[in-house]
Design a protein around this ligand. Structure first.
Ligand code: PAY
Ligand code: ZN
Length: 309
C-alpha cells in the first residue's frame, strides 16, 4: 500500500509517518474517516484522533487508543491496522459494514507522541511521557498511572524517577488531559473504551486498583472470554483474561479503571503479543498476525456493544 512512501502496515512507522498516514487516510476516505486534533503534547506535538464510521444520527461509539506507553510499538501498529481494515472492509465485509453503519469508532493512533518519538530517537525502552519534573533531572510521568482512579496508591509512586510515577495530580499530563477531556465531552455516545498496550497476551478489565470485583464482573468476564476465544481461533495465540488487579498486578490511576468509574461499562486493556520472548521489541514479522487476531477480539466486543449498549 503506497498511501505514502515509507508507510507500511507491516512495519513500525515513525511518528511523522503516522501523522502523514492519518491525514491521508482521512483525505482519501471522507465518507468514512475524519481527523481532528484533541490536544497538544508537552513538547508541542499534535495529538490526532480519527473518527471512523458511516456518519449518522445518535450513533454509539467505541473508543480505541494506542501508544500510551512509548516502547509498546505494536500498539500504534494495531490502531493503524484497524483503520485500514475498516476502510477496506466497508461495503464488502458484511460484519464490519454493519459495525461501521451503526457505531462510530474513535481511534487515537498515538497518545504519548513525545514518548513515542523519544523511543525512536534516543531510548527504545522509554515508557513515560516527556514532561519535565520539578527538582529532578528525571523526566516523564506514567500516563497509565495518571488518571483519577484511586490515583497515587497501589502500583504507582510519587517519585519522578520511577517508571510508574503518577504525576503531580490526576491528568497532570497534557496527553492524558486531552484524552480525559475528549471522553468527558462525548460520554453520552461512548459505550466502550479499549486501550491497547503490549506485552503479555492478556485482556484485562476493571479493576486494576483493587481486588474487589466490578459491578459488571459477570458480563465483562464472559465478554472477555468470548473475545479471547475469537482472537485465539485464528492462530492459537494463548491469552489470559480477567480483572487487571488479579490477572497482571494491582495498579492505580489506569485509564481503563477511570473510564469504567466514569460510566463506560465496556472498558478493556489489551496487552498484545508476546509473553516476553521479544517483549516490547516484537519483530515486525509478527505485526500482521498480531493485528489480525486482535481485530477479531475488537469486533467481538464491538458486536456486543452494538447489541447491548
Ligand atoms: O490495566 O492493569 C492495567 C494496566 C497494566 C499495564 C500497566 O502497567 O500500565 C501493564 C503493562 C503495560 O502494558 O504497560 C505491561 C508491560 C509488559 C509492562 O511494562 O510491565
Ligand atoms: Zn503499557
Amino acid at each position: 500500500n503506497n498511501i505514502r512512501s515509507g508507510h507500511s502496515y507491516e512495519k513500525y512507522n515513525e511518528l511523522e509517518t503516522i501523522y502523514a498516514w492519518s491525514a491521508n487516510i482521512a483525505a482519501q476516505n471522507p465518507d468514512l474517516v475524519s481527523r481532528s486534533q484533541i490536544g497538544t503534547s508537552f513538547e508541542g506535538r499534535p495529538i490526532y484522533l480519527l473518527k471512523v464510521g458511516k456518519p449518522g444520527a445518535n450513533k454509539n461509539a467505541v473508543f480505541i487508543d494506542c501508544g500510551f506507553h512509548a516502547r509498546e510499538w505494536v500498539s500504534p501498529a494495531f490502531c493503524q491496522w484497524f483503520v485500514k481494515e475498516a476502510v477496506n472492509s466497508y461495503g464488502s465485509d458484511a460484519e464490519f459494514t454493519n459495525l461501521l453503519d451503526n457505531l462510530d469508532f474513535y481511534v487515537l493512533p498515538v497518545l504519548n507522541v513525545d514518548g513515542y518519538k523519544y523511543s525512536w530517537t534516543s531510548d527504545r525502552m522509554w515508557r513515560k511521557t516527556r514532561s519535565v519534573n520539578q527538582n529532578t533531572f528525571c523526566t516523564g510521568t506514567d500516563p497509565n498511572r495518571n488518571f483519577a482512579a484511586n490515583w497515587g496508591t497501589n502500583g504507582a509512586t510519587s517519585s519522578p524517577c520511577s517508571e510508574v510515577y503518577c504525576g503531580t495530580i490526576p491528568e497532570s499530563e497534557s496527553e492524558t488531559r486531552a484524552l480525559g477531556d475528549f471522553i468527558r465531552s462525548n460520554l453520552s455516545s461512548i459505550k466502550a473504551y479499549l486501550t491497547v498496550h503490549s506485552y503479555s497476551q492478556m485482556l484485562l478489565f476493571p479493576y486494576s486498583y483493587k481486588h474487589a470485583p466490578a459491578k459488571d464482573y459477570d458480563e465483562l468476564m464472559s465478554l472477555a472470554e468470548g473475545a479471547v476465544n475469537a482472537l485465539s481461533s485464528l492462530y492459537g495465540t494463548v491469552y489470559t483474561y480477567g480483572p487487571g488487579g488479579k490477572t497482571i498486578y494491582l495498579s492505580s490511576g489506569g485509564s481503563d479503571d477511570w473510564a469504567y468509574d466514569t460510566g463506560i461499562k465496556y472498558s478493556f486493556t489489551f496487552e498484545l503479543r508476546d509473553t516476553g520472548k521479544y517483549g516490547f521489541v516484537l519483530p515486525e514479522s509478527e505485526i500482521k498476525e498480531t493485528c489480525e487476531e486482535t481485530m477479531l477480539a475488537v469486533k467481538y466486543i464491538s458486536n456486543h456493544v452494538l447489541n447491548n449498549a
